[in-house]
Design a protein around this ligand. Structure first.
Ligand SMILES: *[C@@H]1O[C@H](CO)[C@@H](O)[C@H](O)[C@H]1NC(C)=O
Ligand SMILES: *[C@@H]1O[C@H](CO)[C@@H](O)[C@H](O)[C@H]1NC(C)=O
Ligand SMILES: *[C@@H]1O[C@H](CO)[C@@H](O)[C@H](O)[C@H]1NC(C)=O
Length: 312
């Protein structure tokens, strides 16, 4: 009796999952993650928007495939893409978080993600550097940034008490947590930060994000790693992707611990994407969307990125 009950439950779960309906017991082992493009500083024909290749390699290194999300596309196109991909990464860079195509697309995906997650449709969002700053604006609905002296420096993380039980760090090996706390493994390339004080001053931010680490430029303390309490939404002011994939500045760390940090961060986020069951409507549609349709260019001699994907 009990065994046959189990059998029917399993059969039921199989039937439901075969129909593509999330049942909470599945894992998506072919996650596809969107990475948002942004305006180039000096546009030229064929080079109006870009993504640094390090973000792509970072996600690929942990078992994801990547779809570039172009800027200035229609809401219909973004909504369709949202239903096809398993998470989004908002990269660092120099676009306006108020008025750019990057800001508009980020805002739309953020709202779609909130709505989906509220209904039990898992969809992780990650903001790195500018992407984190963008998330703080979307959540707080205020510009909370302050100037900090952090435009090219690797720092150890000042972990908060909450980091220990965080989703992000709880499965990190003990020795890596010690290295992250003691060695300068997190690369900062930003002139703006959300100070701990500004963060504390925004009730919306405080209620949304658990602070996992802070840092200081010697004068001002700022928030450097966050995870949302109720959503799979994450942010770092620092650059987890650079250690393994960028070589253009002497302050980018490449020690074994630094590379391990890159990998564990990627592994965490890609695992989050494995909980999303969105998929393209056909294999052809998926193939046409993948970053494999584009080729990066070697730019390390004249930019901060070794390789860049350019788009029209
Ligand atoms: C995208 O839109 C923004 C703002 O509407 C504009 O400033 C930018 O030039 C556009 N970029 C491209 C590549 O179309
Ligand atoms: C900024 O930080 C760097 C170290 O990262 C330090 O050498 C420099 O003196 C600082 N500048 C100011 C104005 O504090
Ligand atoms: C922010 O608030 C937390 C707890 O609410 C407190 O521990 C911390 O000292 C505050 N920091 C600042 C800079 O106000």
């Amino acid at each position: 009796m009990e065994l046959s009950f189990v059998f029917y439950v399993l059969l039921y779960l199989y039937a439901v999952s075969a129909a593509g309906v999330p049942v909470g017991v599945e894992r998506n082992d072919s996650p596809v993650i969107g990475v948002l493009a942004q305006e180039v500083y000096n546009p030229s024909p064929g080079k109006n928007a870009y993504i640094a290749a390090s973000y792509i390699k970072y996600l690929e290194s942990a078992g994801a495939r990547v779809v570039p999300i172009m800027i200035n596309r229609s809401e219909e196109e973004y909504t369709r893409l949202f239903k096809s991909i398993n998470g989004i990464l908002l990269p660092g860079g120099g676009a306006s978080i108020v008025s750019s195509g990057y800001a508009k697309a980020a805002g739309l995906f953020y709202r779609l993600a909130l709505e989906a997650n509220s209904k039990g449709d898992y969809f992780p969002v990650w903001g790195t550097c500018l992407g984190f700053e963008q998330l703080t604006l979307l959540i707080s609905e205020e510009l909370l940034l302050s100037h900090t002296n952090t435009s090219g420096v690797a720092l150890p993380l000042d972990f908060t008490k909450d980091s220990k039980d965080s989703r992000m760090f709880k499965d990190f090996p003990e020795d890596l947590m010690t290295s992250l706390a003691k060695e300068p493994l997190t690369e900062n390339s930003h002139q703006w930060s959300v100070t701990t004080e500004s963060f504390n001053g925004s009730e919306k931010l405080r209620k949304f994000f658990r602070v996992l680490s802070t840092n200081t430029d010697g004068q001002k303390e700022f928030v450097s790693t966050v995870e949302a309490y109720d959503f799979p939404i994450y942010g770092t002011q620092w650059h987890p992707e650079k250690n393994a994939f960028e070589w253009t500045h002497p302050y980018i760390p490449h020690t074994p611990s630094a590379i391990k940090a890159t990998f564990y961060m990627a592994h965490f986020f890609v695992n989050e994407a494995r909980k999303s069951l969105h998929s393209f409507t056909s294999e052809e549609e998926e193939q046409e969307a993948l970053i494999y349709n584009y080729s990066p260019i070697f730019t390390g001699k004249k930019s901060s990125f070794e390789q860049i994907y350019y788009f029209d």
